[in-house]
Design a protein around this ligand. Structure first.
Ligand SMILES: C[S@@+](CC[C@H](N)C(=O)[O-])C[C@H]1O[C@@H](n2cnc3c(N)ncnc32)[C@H](O)[C@@H]1O
Length: 335
């Protein structure tokens, strides 16, 4: 039926947000945390979370249908392994902070209609409140934790590398993971001042001391130095900038690299054709166009900025952990 186009999927597509909102509200209002120590009935959850008993019961029932909870014969709700693994604040593989950032993203997505008519992007980095910046930085940290292990293993770090720059590095978690793997390496994490304020406590928890240092600034206007770094990484930044801005940024990075040094651009990759694109990849291109001024880029477009800057692009690296995420690395020739 699905394949023949006879299931009215628009009814599902346009209602998906309702289930998302239920899971998000439950996370924000502490319903999952209220079950962290063991099963409770609806009254117990409501009393722990400070919510209304009747409304709580209704929400818990939806969460049960979504497989975040199990409902027992004794009338108590319990977390499933999935909810325990991903939604509790102190779980090692928690994505709770990324879920909480959805509130910010949904507010932006709510303005898609305006964007569709005017074409004017939102400029989120220029307009976020202090609370928004906190949600953003903690969310980015949770997202980076998902891919840092694979990214670190597959980053082509030059032999004997000592100095790295992490542009738009936020929480610095990619730097932390790389410095832990490569003992001689130390990193400077460059990000906007509003980001650094909220990123600093996240980075401090890693206990890296001076090996990973935050620097407040603007990658588009700050002096990045000359012959200063063996490795420059830039994760999830170029989707915020248009083509000329990225070209000029990559040229300045090329000058900042030492001979033999490597630039790694880590990104959501725009598929070469919309015909073959996965739903999520296509949406990210639209989403970044909405919230900044650009969108995602293909591997070839990024490699072209690198070539124009005198770097030698390497073969694209497609990440296994998440479809549509990849790394485009390039080296500054020696001599
Ligand atoms: C999507 S986040 C990615 C954070 C981190 N690299 C990661 O992948 O988890 C983009 C980061 O770039 C920073 N950023 C945006 N414009 C910037 C600029 N002009 N200079 C430096 N950082 C910038 C934002 O503040 C934000 O922390």
């Amino acid at each position: 039926m699905l394949a023949s186009g006879r299931v009215p999927t628009p009814l599902i597509d346009t209602y998906a947000a309702a289930f998302g909102e239920t899971a998000l509200v439950a996370t924000e209002q502490g319903l999952f945390e209220a079950l962290a120590d063991g099963p409770r009935d609806a009254a117990g959850v409501a009393s722990e979370a400070g919510t209304d008993m009747r409304a709580t019961e209704k929400v818990l029932n939806v969460l049960t249908s979504m497989r975040y909870l199990r409902y027992g014969r004794d009338g108590r709700y319990a977390l499933t392994a999935l909810a325990r693994r991903f939604l509790l604040a102190d779980a090692p593989s928690s994505v709770r902070d990324l879920v909480l950032m959805r509130r910010l993203e949904l507010a932006w997505i709510d303005r898609l209609g305006e964007f569709l008519r005017s074409g004017d992007p939102l400029d989120v980095h220029g307009t976020m409140t202090d609370v928004d910046w906190g949600l953003y930085q903690r969310g980015m940290h949770a997202q980076a934790a998902l891919s840092a292990s694979e990214a670190t293993r597959r980053t082509p770090v030059p032999k004997g590398a000592r100095d790295m720059l992490d542009i738009g590095g936020s929480h610095g978690y990619f730097s932390v993971a790389l410095c832990r793997r490569h003992q001689g390496l130390r990193s400077t994490v460059l990000d906007l001042p509003q980001a650094v304020e909220h990123a600093a406590p996240i980075l401090a928890r890693e206990g890296m001391g001076e090996r990973v240092a935050l620097r407040a600034g603007d990658a588009l206007t700050d002096d990045l130095g000359t012959d200063a770094y063996d490795l420059v990484i830039m994760w999830s930044l170029v989707h915020h900038f248009d083509d000329p801005t990225n070209r000029s940024l990559v040229a300045r990075i090329a000058r900042a690299l030492r001979p033999g040094g490597v630039l790694v651009i880590g990104e959501a990759i725009r598929p070469a054709s919309p015909a073959r694109a996965a739903q999520f990849s296509s949406f990210l291109d639209l989403y970044f166009a909405l919230i900044s001024e650009a969108g995602t880029w293909t591997f070839e477009e990024m490699a072209e900025w690198q070539r124009a800057a005198g770097l030698v692009p390497r073969r694209p690296i497609k990440m296994v952990i998440a479809q549509g995420i990849g790394m485009q690395a390039a080296a500054r020739p020696v001599g």
